[in-house]
Write a protein that binds this ligand. Structure first.
Ligand code: ATP
Ligand code: IP8
Length: 246
């Protein structure tokens, strides 16, 4: 079984509140509609989650009391993005079922029985970066953290991250034209420090989570989700441009 994270940088325009990249979503939906096995799909929040979370100061976890409007705004925004994604996937025949993350993560952690039951019935569960409320406190949970929890339980064969860059570089390729691209890299050698522009630590946050999920999977790969044929190859375990993290 595979786990795929479709990054918010692919499906949304992260600089513009609630702005979707419909073309990228449609292209990815086509690839997934043709993929024959159930998988766990997780998508990022992009501009439906990060912008308001930062504006409202929700990137720091805390007591729900006094922040109710802000929290419900972000939870509703990411739910809207999830509807857009699940509609596009359904249009391509993908057998996905959305499991809102805030409804799966209770006081005692995630209810993975529901995820397991969906997989057993050949559905692909769809979760996403969200805000969860536990014992009167809220906190943002990234899609990457959800994948770490899923990996511990389901020991996926492969975990694929689709972002808007070709893979991992020595520094942010959007800021440094001389950044060196890694086709293959050891997590222990990675020391990515980006400016953490979003509410979940951007690429630095992702790499920290990837390091923790490596013991539970055979392969972690980062590919550019703007190129659907690369995503297709990664899903089929064929060689393609991207970074394999060991
Ligand atoms: P989301 O958290 O919204 O789902 P995502 O999973 O698509 O987003 P980001 O957290 O936005 O991914 O991380 C991807 C971004 O990280 C790229 O757009 C790139 O500019 C930036 N980045 C910073 N440092 C690096 C690096 N060393 N290698 C590759 N990308 C980097
Ligand atoms: O986009 C972030 O999830 P991510 C969730 O996977 C929110 O990092 C609400 C900002």
């Amino acid at each position: 079984m595979k786990i795929l994270k479709i990054g918010g940088s692919v499906i949304t325009n992260k600089d513009k509140y609630r702005s979707v990249n419909r073309e990228a979503i449609a292209n990815i939906a086509k690839v997934l509609g043709e993929f024959p096995e159930p998988l766990i799909l997780v998508h990022g929040a992009g501009s439906f989650g990060h912008n308001k979370s930062l504006e409202f100061g929700l990137d720091t976890p805390g007591k729900v009391r006094g922040k109710e409007i802000e929290i419900s705004t972000v939870i509703n925004d990411v739910l809207s993005l999830n509807s857009i994604i699940s509609d596009a996937l359904a249009a391509e025949g993908f057998r996905g079922i959305s499991l809102p993350t805030h409804a799966i993560y209770g006081n005692n952690g995630p209810n993975l029985d529901i995820v397991e039951e969906m997989l057993r019935n050949t559905f692909s569960p769809i979760l996403y970066g969200d805000i969860i409320i536990q014992k009167g406190n809220y906190r943002i949970i990234s899609g990457d953290e959800i994948i770490l929890d899923m990996s511990r339980k389901f020991k996926p064969d492969e975990i694929i991250f689709a972002t808007d860059v070709d893979g991992l570089y020595s520094s942010d390729p959007k800021e440094y034209s001389n950044a060196k691209f890694f086709r293959d890299v050891r997590a222990s050698e990675l020391n990515i420090k980006d400016k953490g522009k979003d509410a979940t630590g951007s690429m630095t946050g992702k790499v920290e989570k990837i390091k923790l999920m490596l013991p539970f999977t055979r392969k972690v790969m980062i590919v550019n989700g703007m190129f659907p044929e690369r995503l297709k190859k990664a899903l089929n375990d064929e060689d393609t441009i991207g970074t394999v993290v060991h």
